[in-house]
Design a protein around this ligand. Structure first.
Ligand SMILES: NC(=O)c1ccc[n+]([C@@H]2O[C@H](COP(=O)([O-])OP(=O)(O)OC[C@H]3O[C@@H](n4cnc5c(N)ncnc54)[C@H](OP(=O)(O)O)[C@@H]3O)[C@@H](O)[C@H]2O)c1
Length: 228
């Protein structure tokens, strides 16, 4: 399948790399292709520049947000939640069309310091904002409570015995996303479908706890496990 990934950060790289490894054609979107490839310094999070990753993944193409969105039959939003709507506008409503958009983003606002707060919560969510702004898109919120490494290698924590949440309005779109998750190695018995996209309020509001657990463990290699 042709898949467009919006976002060049660690999530875009992890998902893009995995999809390419699985045989999909992947194009990653950025604001400025030449500028992104020209960066040689490490990111503020200490990651190597995108160009270093690109060299190891020659089959993955880099394009503008608009071209990556046009390329993908299915799309991933892997951009900073504070700018996701802006990025989707750059991608263009025509290129987004009625495609499936897997929304991995979180509305983390660091403007008042660390730990971050949520720029939208309680009675709304970023997933819903995206769905309302682009009503034809089939938004499926998924993977946002999981570190990038674990997203594409679920067995890297507790041998895969942990939970993942998804939600979205379109049942067929959620089925297609579950198929992709299974191909990443997720046990679908552990994937909890919470219902429509308003449930993104719940999965995004886990993040304040997630960032505190990250502080406690000094590692992002942990997962939530729901038991009954
Ligand atoms: N890191 C994780 O393990 C993890 C886990 C779960 C969920 N998430 C969520 O996944 C999303 C991606 O996280 P990430 O750490 O991979 O990347 P990130 O640093 O949050 O976002 C990188 C992307 O945001 C774009 N961007 C930044 N500022 C912009 C602006 N002003 N206008 C337009 N685009 C802008 C960048 O564009 P350029 O390419 O042009 O620079 C880049 O493609 C976030 O919402 C995060 O909360 C992350």
């Amino acid at each position: 399948m042709n898949i467009g990934i919006l976002g060049t950060g660690m999530v875009g790289q992890a998902i893009g790399g995995k999809l390419s490894e699985l045989g999909h054609n992947v194009t990653i979107g950025t604001r400025d292709v030449a500028g992104t490839l020209a960066k040689t310094e490490r990111t503020p999070m200490g990651m190597p520049p995108y160009s270093a990753w690109q060299k190891e993944h020659p089959n993955v193409l880099l394009a503008t947000f608009a071209d990556a969105a046009a390329f993908g039959e299915l799309l991933f939003n892997c951009t900073s939640g504070m700018v996701s709507l802006e990025v989707l506008k750059l991608a263009g409503e025509k290129n987004l069309g009625s495609k499936i958009l897997v929304d991995v983003s979180n509305p983390l606002d660091v403007s008042k310091g660390i730990p971050p707060s949520l720029s939208v919560c309680n009675t709304d969510s970023l997933g819903e904002l995206i769905q309302r702004t682009f009503p034809a898109l089939k938004v499926v919120k998924a993977l946002n409570t999981t570190n990038a490494t674990v997203m594409v290698n679920p067995r890297s924590v507790a041998n895969g015995d942990h939970s993942l949440f998804i939600c979205g309005n379109d049942v067929e779109a959620k089925r297609a996303v579950k198929d992709l998750l299974a191909s990443f190695g997720w046990n679908l018995d552990h994937v909890l479908d919470l219902g429509d996209i308003t449930n993104a309020r719940g999965t995004e509001m886990i993040l304040p706890l997630w960032v505190r657990l990250y502080g406690l463990f000094q590692s992002p290699m942990f997962q939530f496990k729901i038991v009954r």
